[in-house]
Design a protein around this ligand. Structure first.
Ligand code: HEM
Length: 127
């Protein structure tokens, strides 16, 4: 009760804030994708700005999270993070390159959604 964060250390609070920002990034990237799913079926989906900004947010907050966790000597699973980073680079590359295309191919668009969902489950299932 009261002020539970007082005992947890400012660095830990900072880590949790960045996890929160990381989740906002997921919301933006995945949410943008979900709004386009009907259009994707028709082959008229586009990478909305929310997806680009979400992908960029994932990269920045993810890198900061690695740094903050290492600064605290918390263990970071380098293989897990490496896989997430690799998938995100594919996502970011595709979304960035095709950001101005008014119609994105169904397969490419679907791949970005698939890789995003894959990263979510890697994050929560990889122990
Ligand atoms: C689409 C891309 C990504 C998704 C969907 C994603 C998802 C998540 C989720 C759901 C969490 C919280 C789960 C937990 O704490 O167990 C998390 C934590 C974290 N993410 Fe990501 N992430 C992505 C990209 C990245 C990238 C590119 C990096 C680093 C370069 C990164 C680094 C981290 C770190 C260090 C944590 C906290 C420690 C951990 O739980 O592994 N993430 N991510």
């Amino acid at each position: 009760m009261g002020r539970p964060w007082l005992g947890s250390g400012l660095m830990d609070v900072l880590i949790h804030i960045f996890v929160g920002l990381h989740i906002i990034g997921i919301a933006s990237l995945l949410g943008g994708f979900l709004t386009q799913m009907k259009a994707m079926g028709a082959g008229t989906a586009r990478f909305v700005p929310a997806m680009l900004h979400g992908a960029l947010t994932m990269l920045v907050t993810g890198v900061v999270l690695v740094g903050l966790n290492q600064a605290q000597d918390y263990s970071v699973d380098n293989i897990k993070i490496g896989v997430k980073l690799a998938l995100l680079i594919v996502i970011l590359g595709l979304v960035y390159v095709k950001r101005d295309e008014e119609k994105v191919d169904k397969g490419v668009f679907g791949l970005v959604g698939l890789l995003t969902v894959a990263n979510i489950f890697i994050a929560v299932l990889w122990t």
